[in-house]
Design a protein around this ligand. Structure first.
Ligand code: GUN
Length: 295
């Protein structure tokens, strides 16, 4: 069994981005600038945004966090996004999800100028991805593909089973692995909460990607010998034994599943760090696509 070290790969990706940014700045270009919109005080969101700010610093990007109160109205939030869309000094931005219940998330995602949509969530970017046009790919799926590529994991003709159909992970990763590309060219099956005979299907997977947010859901009997396991779950589970009061758990029963696999991502330290590295790459990609008039 080989451990997929997302921390190490993400560090290398960030190093390459930093070198590219240093070249751009030396050539007189403006430093790439990422903005993050954080609404309310969701603990996990605060952590994610903090990690993104640190990553920006590592990569040589400028970053700005726009903190908005939980009580902000949808129209006031949309007005803030219109300002970011118009701001020439901002190359791309994210609106950290989830948003408070009184705000329509889809309306917010569609209000982001798709040419600044570093998350790749706007329907224009989703559509472009699904038909294989240049554009921004959602960070977590792209990070997963970067890991498959880095470890030279064969994907062509292999059966990839995706557990979960979210817009952030399940659907886009299935779409990318279906494309005639490397990594890609897989036979893809997407399973979800209404799937029957789940175990029979997951046992067919050469590559099993799990993104359901249910700790230790995938057990050893659901996995074929020699499968590649990508665990996207990061659920906070209470743990009095550690200072911060919780630990992170993946969707896979790692201890029992790992001995059966050819490759597996740990939680933490697998897919998580790649999501952020991939987001950083997207900001550079937005600059390039705009420069080359491809977006
Ligand atoms: N919430 C959980 N994951 C993500 C992500 O990748 N982007 C944003 N904007 N919010 C999230």
């Amino acid at each position: 069994m080989m451990l997929i070290d997302g921390k190490k790969v993400a560090r290398e990706v960030r190093g390459k981005i930093a070198a590219e940014v240093a070249r751009m700045v030396a050539a007189g270009e403006r430093r790439p600038h990422l903005a993050a919109v954080l609404v309310g005080n969701n603990g996990a969101s605060e952590t994610y945004v903090k990690n993104k700010v640190v990553a920006c610093k590592d990569c040589g990007f400028q970053s700005t966090v726009l903190r908005l109160p939980e009580s902000i109205s949808e129209s006031d939030l949309l007005a803030q996004l219109a300002q970011l869309n118009a701001d020439e000094a901002v190359d791309g931005y994210i609106v950290q999800l989830p948003l408070p219940a009184h705000i329509n998330e889809q309306r917010v995602v569609e209000a982001i100028d798709y040419r600044k949509d570093v998350d790749g969530f706007h329907p224009m970017n989703v559509g472009r991805m699904s038909i294989g046009l240049p554009g921004i790919r959602p960070a977590t799926p792209q990070g997963i593909l970067m890991l498959l590529d880095y470890y030279g994991i064969e994907t062509e003709g292999r059966h990839c089973v995706v557990l979960g159909r979210s817009n952030i992970v399940g659907r886009p990763v299935a779409s990318l692995l279906l494309q005639k590309a490397f990594p890609g060219n897989c036979t893809v099956t997407v399973c979800h909460s209404a799937t029957v005979h789940l175990k029979e299907i997951t046992r067919l997977a050469d590559i099993l990607i799990v993104a359901i947010g249910s700790p230790h859901y995938v057990t050893a009997d659901m996995v074929k010998d020699g499968a590649v396991i990508i665990d996207v779950g990061i659920t906070r589970v209470a743990d009095d034994g550690v200072e911060r009061g919780y630990k992170l758990q993946g969707d896979v029963d790692y201890v029992n599943v790992a001995p059966k696999c050819s490759y597996i991502t740990p939680v933490p330290g697998g897919v998580g760090p790649m999501t952020i590295a991939s987001l950083m790459r997207n900001l550079l990609e937005l600059r390039r696509l705009k420069r080359e008039n491809k977006l």
